[in-house]
Design a binder for this molecule. Sequence first.
Ligand SMILES: Nc1nc2c(ncn2[C@@H]2O[C@H](COP(=O)(O)OP(=O)(O)O)[C@@H](O)[C@H]2O)c(=O)[nH]1
Ligand SMILES: [Mg+2]
Length: 220
Amino acid sequence: MNSLDYFIIIPIYNGASHIEELYKHIPSIFHHRVLFIDDGSVDETANVLRSMNLKMIRHSENKGKGSALKTGMEYAKRNDASFCVTMDVDLQHPPESLHDFVKSYEANTISIGYRYDRVSMPIHRKLSNFLTSLLVSIRTNETIKDSQCGYRLIPKSMFGLALKESGFQFESELLLKGCLLGYGVNHIHIPTIYNQADSAIHPMRDTFKFIALWFRSFFW
Ligand SMILES: Nc1nc2c(ncn2[C@@H]2O[C@H](COP(=O)(O)OP(=O)(O)O)[C@@H](O)[C@H]2O)c(=O)[nH]1
Ligand SMILES: [Mg+2]
């Protein structure tokens, strides 16, 4: 597995307060693979990343999580990576699970975190996750258990996929397009961590955006 080259892409927007804690928890064998995409943060994010000497690409303005992930995937493509793993900065994605993601690598398969224990998930997120996972499963004929989880392994053949969404819908678009093209899905069990974490997601607005995307997918 070590001969494969891969990157761990972490999109970040105003997440300065999480960087040190997250990086500390990332097993050191992965450290040289970590790439932060600072999406035009206006807090101390860029300074903290620089002071810790961490690899980053910075957007001059906030373009959205999807754009940041695209920037990361383009970097991975340019550097001939076999895959990338994407994870959130806010410690909701346990860094110890990176081992499971890397082990799960298959060339034509997306690995996606599955938060199997939903007890600590807020009710509105349970509902939106259930609905979006069900709709993605129906549309793609694949069983998708946690379509909203951003902790993923994306194989290199997906790096060049035409993806239009720039915000949070990007991850749904990638999953829908990938499965419609015949990619398989591995589920990686991860704990559900909420810790009263802030969220930039608006459950109603983003669920409606998802439904619009789902309908559009019939015209792809
Ligand atoms: N690049 C980028 N990342 C963002 C933006 N908003 C949120 N994120 C990142 O996306 C991840 C998930 O966002 P979050 O608001 O925690 O969503 P939730 O965990 O699904 O409720 C976090 O790591 C954020 O840093 C944004 O505008 N641009
Ligand atoms: Mg979060």
